[in-house]
Each structure stands twice: as structure tokens, then as C-alpha cells.
Design a protein around this ligand. Sequence first.
Ligand code: ZN
Length: 212
Amino acid sequence: MDDGREARPEAVVVPPAPAADGDEDARVLQVAEDVRRLLVDLGEDPEREGLRETPLRVARMYVRELLVGRLVTPAEALSTVFREDFRELVLVRDIPFYALCEHHLMPFFGRAHVGYLPDGAVVGLSKLARLIEALARRLTIQERLTTQAADALMEVLKPQGAMVVVEAEHFCMTMRGVQKPGTITTTSAARGIFAEDSTAREEFLRLVRDPR
Ligand SMILES: [Zn+2]
């Protein structure tokens, strides 16, 4: 407990949404107004019964749930680091996530597999899921989510290496455009030993595919 990294604050909460403050309340009201305007511009009557509560409901959903990840940095999501002389692979598979594609504001969702080879420091396993949650609950793209997760592990844990594989289905592909339901996009980011050593990389991928 001597490198100062343990001093990271534990106060960041991803989700449930952070406690309401004045700024976020004001943001909800502003976004509600914007959504109402959008409905009008789309030729809808925002006063009809089904739509009356929609602007505020949608605004709360974006500000307080779907986009709360913007309030936390990847490093903060990982927070508490422990000194531990464990030098074998740590892998958390099948972390489910839901994100919003920044090109279409439509969901993409799937599973992330996050691993690292420690070099004297480890992080609570739940923090790996929290990292993905923080990176997914913002406007992003799958590629960036993947690389940000790997880079955050490298930055905070200074491990021998980090690797992240993300598999996702994109509504902007399945519901519009080429309309190919069930299409899965896979992205990966390898850092440190996983970038340099194909054996380490293959071991990671083998465990992702078949954990037994
Ligand atoms: Zn998209």
C-alpha cells in the first residue's frame, strides 16, 4: 500500500444514476423541451395522450440512465487498486452491456470479455464490469469502447498486458440500412504482452471461447 494508487476516491457511482444536482435537473428539463420540439418537427402532436409524458420520460432516460457514463472517467470506474503478487491471467467473460451508437443514437448491445495479466496490482473483479458499464453508458462506438477499456486497464493497473474483446449487435444495422438481424460485430484491443506475444493472445482467446 505504498504507491498512492489506493487513494483513488470510491465515491463514483455508475449507475444507478448519480444523485440529482441542480445542473442535472436543469438538463432533464432542457432535454425534455428538445424532445417535445423533435416530436413537433416529426409531425406529431405532443399533446395527444400517448405522447404527453414522453418528452420528460425520454429526457430522464437519457440524462439519468443511458448516458450517465459520461460523468465518470474510465480510471475512476476502476477505482480501488490492491497490491497483490498475483501474476496469472485475470479474465471476466460475458459482461453484458447496452450502449448508444453516437452515429445514430440507437442501441448496440452485447458482451465484453475483459482480461489482464497483473504486474503487482489487481482490481476488484466487479470493477471490470463497472468499467464496461461506464464506457457503454455514453454516446460511443464499439471500437472506442473496446480500446478505452484496454487503455484504462493499462493506465490504472500498469499490468504486463490487457486485452478486451467486445461482441455486439447494432440496431443501426439490424433495424435500418442493410437490415441484417443477428449480425455480430467483434472488436478487440490487445495491449502490452497480449500485443507482443501471440501465445498470450491465443490463451486469452481460448479462455474466452471455452472457459473449461
Ligand atoms: Zn450506428
